[in-house]
Design a protein around this ligand. Structure first.
Ligand SMILES: [Zn+2]
Length: 302
């Protein structure tokens, strides 16, 4: 009897903890990328539960929503996504859901003049806006404005957290400038698998080359590899980089191509381009991710 009671109690506790995950009193904000999840968490504090769909190493360009994601999105009070076609396969879901809930396309709130045109696409913009820290500060301000409207009871708290976070981003931007200024002029070239770093290059005065275009859905061919190899050899580039959310195969082909031409180019390290690092690690936050990238690039190219 005692045992039955015990089992009953466990079952009851279990049922309670299950329900609390979807407790009606605690609103949920569902975000696509880790960068957005981090920014929203910084702004909202404890006023909502923040959920991120795309974890470490996940490529947003290729991401397909699972049934669980659809459920999470339809239960969320607010949805935050990057937009500018970053989440290529999810656009339709967002436009459907926006009919009856607040769906925020964070990067699309930026004025068009601040966006970089996507080469090869008509009327499309490069979605990787988070790599210019000042531009990302504008995104954070826009998010704060939207979240204050969605959570009017917490508006003052959100505004004050925004102020604190913007200061942190200003310090981060200073760090980027100081650290990257140490790279000599002839080595200011960043070569990665896909073109995620154009905003970064523009903001911090570094030439950027990617093997694939701004989306990893674009195919690359042998000709792209040999063109990039020629460029690296001619410019005597010291290091190229792999990305945590993109297969390393293409960059390895470039390394080999350079070696075959007698130019030793090294792997400069792993950069976090379209996804944060593991939660709890320094790269698990936006600030930590940018610091890691900048330190890696600056060390390898000096
Ligand atoms: Zn990308």
């Amino acid at each position: 009897m005692k045992r039955m009671l015990y089992i009953g109690l466990i079952a009851l506790l279990w049922a309670c903890s299950c329900e609390s995950a979807e407790e009606p009193g605690v609103p949920v904000i569902t975000c696509t990328t880790g960068m957005l999840g981090d920014a929203v968490q910084k702004l909202i504090g404890n006023a909502a539960k923040v959920q991120t769909l795309m974890g470490p190493g996940v490529d947003p360009h290729l991401y397909k929503a699972s049934q669980g994601d659809i459920r999470a999105l339809s239960q969320a009070k607010v949805i935050v996504y990057n937009g500018l076609h970053l989440e290529g396969k999810m656009g339709e879901i967002f436009s459907k859901l926006s009919a009856n809930k607040r769906v925020i396309a964070a990067a699309e709130a930026l004025p068009q003049g601040k966006l970089i045109n996507a080469t090869g696409y008509n009327n499309a913009y490069d979605p990787h806006v988070w790599f210019d820290v000042r531009l990302w500060s504008h995104v954070v301000q826009g998010l704060s404005y939207e979240l204050q409207k969605a959570f009017p009871d917490h508006a003052d708290d959100i505004a004050s957290r925004e102020k604190t976070y913007l200061k942190e981003l200003e310090t981060l931007d200073d760090f980027c400038r100081t650290s990257l200024s140490k790279i000599p002029d002839n080595q200011r070239v960043l070569i990665t698998a896909h073109d995620a770093f154009k905003y970064f290059g523009q903001a911090y005065n570094i030439e950027v080359r990617g093997l694939q275009g701004i989306s990893t859905t674009a195919e690359y061919g042998l000709q792209d590899v040999s063109e990039l190899v020629r460029f690296i050899v001619a410019r005597k580039i010291k290091a190229i980089f792999v990305e945590s959310s993109v297969s390393t195969r293409s960059i390895e082909a470039v390394l080999e191509g350079c070696r075959a031409q007698g130019h030793e180019v090294k792997l400069g390290g792993e950069l976090f381009s379209d996804a944060l690092g593991e939660a709890g690690s320094p790269e698990g936050t936006y600030v930590g991710m940018v610091r890691h990238n900048v330190q890696t690039i600056s060390t390898a190219l000096q």
